[in-house]
Ligand binder design. Structure first.
Ligand code: EPZ
Length: 406
């Protein structure tokens, strides 16, 4: 597997917190990583990405702005807000707007930073933030938010005094960010829990790190094996962290697959039948919303009916109409999809709408009769490195017809 996209997208802006040179190993070659690199370069950060190693030089940051053209491409651009106000006392960051499946509010980011003493105004689609010395505060998030936890944590590490964050996100990518900040000299207790205590320091220093494996990419490949693997065959997903994936591996076993779980690999042997298994997404360590679309693709071929509920994003079902074009039998009511398994799917032209939706269409295409043309695969390239090459290695008949290689 490659390094985790959602870890890299948090680690990269963290380099704004202390001037100097950083080496981030196992950084995946993805469209979103390139977008974040361009954004940081526009601020004066030097970046070289070679052979999955990102070398970052944040010694000469001269601009504190994340313009709309960057943020509209990738909502995670907002991660520069916390570090910029903490280190430079100013930031001018575009509001992210929506994404394919609906509004993506940032109120928790703003409220949390205001608690730390950041003065924030919203004007003409931008967040205008300024601060002198941030001060520690007690912050309780109404909703567990990966991004807001990351942003507030990256600001609190340089605040004066102690910050307590309750209902903090516990996703491995946030723990990886916290551990990186500690290597940079930050003082953070409670890493891995939803209660973080951060003792502000006057300054941090550069550090190096190795990005954790991508649990969603690994989960996607396991679903590929379960949906299209031949009975008796085995697919081995290597360089992953099974400890980050128990919600998904347990559900795959419930669906009939046999898994062998090692230190840094997972082997999946399909049983020849796909059992219907209900899933409700939740915050970590529950079933990830980023695996919901892939799960629906698998359940489309189950021997029965399953219910898939997304409690994180209520409208993240853009993949459903496209799967129906392939012959799936799915109805969605509010944030609940009822999937009646069918005997087979039939290839057709389908449209990617967002990253994980496009992954689910590829998975369905692996098993659909005939050829499936998945359009707008630039969505896929945001979060999957060379997916067609990795799937071809498993015996899939898949090729990139157009769109630049990423
Ligand atoms: C991160 O997005 C991930 N992206 C998403 O992965 C993932 O789906 C999401 O976490 C949930 O796990 C990155 O890490 C770059 P949130 P983020 O803030 O931080 C609500 C992918 O496919 N909310 O945890 O934006 C929000 O609407 C991407 O790789 C507020 O109400 O997600 C949602 O319902 C897609 N106000 C819930 O919280 C806020 O200020 C969780 O969102 C922020 C969030």
């Amino acid at each position: 597997m490659s390094g985790a996209k959602n870890a890299s997208l948090a680690l990269m802006p963290a380099t704004l917190l202390a001037p100097g040179t950083y080496t981030l190993q196992n950084t995946p070659t993805l469209r979103d990583v390139t977008t974040m690199s361009r954004l940081l370069e526009s601020m004066g950060v030097g970046i070289v990405h070679a052979d999955h190693t990102l070398t970052v030089d944040s010694s000469h940051v001269t601009r504190f702005e994340a313009p709309y053209e960057h943020v509209k491409k990738m909502r995670a651009s907002i991660y520069v807000l916390g570090p910029l106000v903490a280190r430079y006392g100013a930031a001018h960051v575009s509001l992210p707007g929506g994404c394919a499946w609906g509004p993506r509010p940032v109120n928790l980011h703003i409220e949390g930073l205001r608690k730390l003493g950041v003065e924030i105004k919203l004007d003409a689609g931008y967040i205008l933030a300024k601060a002198t010395r941030l001060r520690g505060a007690r912050i309780v998030f109404d909703v567990s938010s990966v991004g807001a936890t990351g942003n507030v944590m990256m600001a609190a590490v340089l605040a004066k005094g102690t910050t307590v964050i309750d209902n903090a996100a516990m996703e491995p990518e946030i723990s990886a960010l916290a551990e990186f900040l500690v290597r940079m000299g930050a003082r953070i207790n409670g890493i891995g829990s939803n209660h973080l205590e951060i003792e502000g320091v006057d300054e941090l220093h550069p550090a190096d790190c190795t990005t954790i494996p991508d649990r969603i990419e690994a989960g996607t490949f396991l679903v590929a094996a379960a949906i299209a693997g031949k009975k008796g065959s085995k697919v081995r997903v290597e360089r992953c962290n099974p400890g980050h994936m128990s919600a998904v591996t347990t559900k795959l076993e419930d669906a009939g697959a046999t898994l062998t779980i090692g230190e840094d690999f997972i082997e999946l042997e399909p049983s020849g039948e796909i059992r219907p298994v209900n899933v409700t997404t939740s915050i970590y360590s529950g079933f990830p919303t980023d695996m919901q679309a892939q799960w629906i693709a698998l359940m489309s071929l189950a021997g029965g009916t399953s219910i898939v509920t997304d409690t994180i994003y209520f409208d993240r079902f853009m993949h459903v109409p496209e799967l129906i074009r392939l012959g799936a039998n799915i109805t969605v009511k509010e944030n609940i999809a009822t999937v009646v398994g069918v005997e087979k799917l039939k290839g057709a032209k389908v449209m990617s709408t967002d990253l994980r939706a496009s992954a689910s269409l590829i998975l369905a295409g692996l098993i659909a009769e005939g050829t499936t043309d998945v359009l707008r695969v630039y969505h896929l390239d945001r979060g999957y490195e060379r997916i067609e090459k990795k799937l071809s290695g498993l015996g899939a008949d898949i090729q990139r017809v157009s769109g630049e290689e990423f």
